[in-house]
Write a protein that binds this ligand. Structure first.
Ligand code: ADP
Length: 281
């Protein structure tokens, strides 16, 4: 007896052209046979694979460059900082108000530069030393909330967490990802607004879909892509919202390394929902 079901196989003809042959049962005694010439398809596929490989190589050499450059930049910066310190301690009396102001600007700028360099180093290192384990996200989120309790209490905020799944992934990366998104939700709020952060997930066929929803200031449509780029900040007034502009770029990189996608939906003035997928392994 022949088993009823669709099947397909590929073969090459005498001129080495490739075909896919497909047999689809129409009824108990009729089968439809179709064939598809796939040489062009194969060519495109192999070109795509090659391009992907090139892109990966370019990306990793770019990351290596970022790592080396940022590492080497620290040396001259330490010299600047060191001499500013010496100058301040030994020659402060010789400076008038403008001179002191200038020196303080140099000090502030070099501190900012140091933070940027450390940020680039951290960003370029993401993805090295990945250890994949089973991560219980309920435990991860418990730890994060404990660490953020100070700011949550200060802002009279609330972090609501549904029951989360266990996933296969890098515990450190996943923690950084959730923590950055929650911290942003707590931070980008209107004056005196009590932050409410909702964390939920949906189980899809091949992946988990997570949502981190806040009731914050929201993001305008034209800025939704820009915020995931390195050092892109919509709020540069450090006295209101402090930050490095690397949080979301790091989140983006972590999600991509896991094979997922990260995006944001927002109503300006009302709040934002950051969503990301994590493929089931
Ligand atoms: P940082 O917070 O250090 O500035 P991020 O990369 O985390 O850097 O975020 C980039 C920018 O995106 C922020 O400067 C802010 O303008 C905007 N942003 C991030 N998260 C939110 C949020 N939940 N609500 C509103 N704006 C946000």
């Amino acid at each position: 007896m022949i088993e009823v079901g669709e099947f397909e196989f590929s073969y090459k003809d005498h001129a080495m052209r490739s075909y896919i042959l497909k047999a689809t049962p129409l009824s108990s005694d009729h089968v439809m046979i179709t064939y598809e010439y796939i040489s062009e398809l194969k060519k495109v596929k192999s070109e795509l694979t090659q391009k992907n490989k090139d892109l990966k190589e370019k990306n990793s050499s770019l990351e290596e460059f970022a790592y080396i450059a940022s590492h080497d930049l620290q040396q001259p910066l330490n010299t600047i900082n060191g001499f500013v310190g010496i100058f301040k301690s030994k020659y402060l009396d010789l400076l008038d108000e403008t001179g002191l102001k200038c020196l303080n600007y140099i000090e502030e700028a070099s501190n900012r530069l140091r933070n940027m360099i450390l940020g680039i180093l951290e960003h370029s290192r993401l993805g090295t030393n990945i250890v994949v384990t089973t991560v219980d996200l309920n435990e991860t989120l418990d730890d994060i909330v404990k660490d953020l309790q100070g700011i949550i209490t200060k802002k009279e905020g609330e972090v609501r967490i549904g029951n989360l799944p266990k996933v296969e992934g890098c515990a450190i990366g996943l923690r950084l990802l959730f923590q950055n998104l929650i911290e942003n939700g707590l931070k980008y709020q209107k004056d005196n607004n009590k932050p409410i952060i909702d964390i939920s997930f949906e189980e899809k066929e091949g992946s988990y879909l997570f949502h981190i929803k806040d009731n914050g200031i929201g993001i305008q449509e034209e800025h939704k892509d820009k915020i995931f780029q390195v050092f892109q900040r919509l709020h540069t007034d450090e006295t209101i919202y402090k930050g490095s502009g690397l949080g979301l770029a790091n989140c983006q990189k972590i999600v991509q390394l896991c094979g997922g996608k990260l995006w944001v939906e927002s109503v300006y003035g009302e709040g934002s929902t950051f969503s990301f997928t994590l493929p089931k392994k």
